[in-house]
Design a protein around this ligand. Structure first.
Ligand code: NAD
Length: 498
């Protein structure tokens, strides 16, 4: 059985905290590893290490820093199969989906190769008599990332690649539920030529997170996870004077207009609603058909598709989705299905009875479909994070714009229609951060930027893309004059650019 300690100063180190937690293999419910729950002292050691290593890394020219990532990309490609298998075994998602998790992280690493270009400053010659002005972007120093279980490859890469490419040292606190892949990524960065101490992984729970938030040598914290923790981390990190960005939960709606291509819409809902067992922050969890005829047709087509979903162990390449991450997650999602029935929603497909033959202790749940869900129900208001899709019937376009706009989450939303006018108006008016038009999971490509609104995002700047360079650097502006320039003696009035 693996025992994950930490990765500090370029090597795996055993934990001294004396606290550990089980890491499960969701496909059969066994414990496949133990992960250390680190202490404040261990976090302090990682920060001291990062702080000592960072100035030399910041002084390394940006292209040489980028070359480490070029090599890292080769190594991730070399080890892709092994990484995907480990990811699937610890998380529960299928191996093809695990490869997608790695690939969407890799794309942000590819973006980071161009960061030398984005770090260029500005220059004004002759801003005043003999005076030139320029601005430069400098790294912040030591920064940290706290990441969720559901994308154990992608989100760590979204965080550490731009931060390190900008010249920072990085402390990663991955999810304690699937820490294996983040640990491997840190080893690969070292093999790619990253100096020891620039990427440290400290495993743990709230104790390490609080130590990160209170550490005076950590300048910035990036978080991804549930909204209540996001809000807590944002408040405590900001109160300690740090730069903080936190991305939280979601309730992503998909609007189906009467003129939509119904088969395309159904395919989209099945993939985006049930892929990864619904454990994606961009999963579609609410379908909003507009008008009774559209709703009846949609539900009629969805029922057989949900009933015939192929659920299987993560190692079965033909499975549509695998188990949930833990028994606790399974119980929570089943609890929401029970609640939906109590609240009066119509459960038209009930996956609660599903058992995976040969894997009876795995954390499986069959696909569930609710019809007649209304906005006052908790199953509509709260994030379920499982293979459960709710149909909320809207009377007209106005109601369809209002539902996602008034929901407290605002991560992603999609509209399916053939009407460009309706789509354009929807995209302009809807109060949500990322919009898809006939695209159910509108995760922007790596050179744009990712971030939800309202309770789905706390802070000013998004993750990856140009925003990440702004987040992980600070701007210094230099106003200079040389002795050969104008000599007028001491000036006592406020200097202006006369
Ligand atoms: P989580 O909030 O339970 O955990 C996220 C991180 O916070 C983990 O590293 C965990 O160790 C830490 N943490 C947990 N409880 C804590 C506490 N009390 N104090 C301090 N730290 C704590 O989230 P999760 O279950 O791992 O991930 C699923 C959630 O993440 C969902 O809500 C999903 O929507 C969200 N998510 C959002 C995005 C996005 O970009 N908006 C992306 C992926 C996932």
């Amino acid at each position: 059985m693996d025992h994950y300690g930490h990765f500090i100063g370029g090597k795996a180190v055993k934990s001294t905290s004396g606290r550990e937690q089980d890491v499960f293999q969701p496909l059969d419910g066994t414990v496949r590893a133990k992960v250390a729950l680190g202490s404040k002292a261990e976090l302090d050691a990682a920060v001291a290490n990062a702080k000592a290593a960072q100035p030399a890394w910041a002084a390394t020219n940006p292209q040489r820093r980028a070359r480490v990532f070029m090599k890292f990309l080769e190594l991730v490609a070399r080890d892709n199969d092994a990484l995907a298998e480990l990811l699937a075994r610890e998380h529960g998602k299928t191996i093809p989906d695990a490869k997608g998790d790695i690939q969407r992280g890799v794309e942000v690493v590819e973006f980071a190769l161009g960061i030398p270009h984005l770090m260029k400053g500005e220059y004004t010659e002759g801003a005043g008599p003999g005076i030139d002005l320029y601005s430069i972007r400098q790294p912040l120093g030591v920064v940290a990332g706290i990441t969720p279980f559901n994308f154990p490859a992608m989100i760590p890469m979204w965080k550490f690649a731009p931060a390190i490419a900008c010249g920072n040292a990085f402390i990663l606190k991955p999810s304690e539920r699937d820490p294996g892949v983040p640990m491997k990524l840190a080893e690969l960065m070292l093999e790619a030529g990253l100096p020891a101490g620039i990427l440290n992984v400290v495993n743990g729970d709230k104790e390490v997170v609080d130590a990160i938030l209170d550490h005076e040598d950590i300048s910035a914290v990036g978080f991804v996870g549930s909204s209540s923790i996001a809000q807590y981390i944002y408040a405590r990190g900001c109160a300690n004077g740090k730069r903080v960005q936190c991305f939280g939960g979601a309730k992503n709606h998909m609007i189906i207009m009467p003129d939509a291509d119904m088969d395309q819409a159904v395919d989209a809902l099945i993939g985006a609603g049930y892929g990864a067992a619904g454990e994606r922050c961009m999963a579609v969890s609410v379908a909003v058909p507009v008008g009774k005829a559209t709703a009846d047709k949609l539900v009629e087509k969805l029922i057989p598709r949900v009933e015939s979903l192929k659920i299987g162990p993560s190692t079965d390449p033909s499975a549509d989705y695998g188990p949930l991450v833990t028994k606790q997650a399974l119980d929570r999602v089943r609890g929401y299905v029970d609640l939906g029935i109590e609240e009066g929603a119509k459960l038209v497909v009930d996956g609660r009875g599903f058992k995976m033959q040969g894997y009876e202790n795995g954390f499986y749940l069959g696909g569930c479909l609710f019809d007649d869900v209304t906005p006052d129900m908790r199953i509509y208001k709260e994030e379920i994070f499982g293979p459960v899709l709710s149909v909320v019937r809207a009377h007209d376009f106005e109601e369809a714009v209002r539902l996602p706009s008034e929901h407290e989450y605002g991560n992603g939303v999609a509209i399916f229609t053939r009407d460009g006018d309706a789509a354009r108006e929807f995209a302009a008016r809807v109060n949500v951060g990322m919009v898809g038009v006939n695209v159910p999971i509108p995760v922007p490509v790596s050179y744009y930027t990712f971030g939800g609104w309202k309770k789905s995002g706390f802070g000013d700047l998004n993750q990856y893309g140009p925003d990440s360079v702004r987040f992980y650097t600070k701007t210094k502006t230099v106003t200079q004059r040389w002795p050969s320039g104008v000599k007028e003696g001491a000036e006592f009035a406020m200097p202006t650019m006369k």
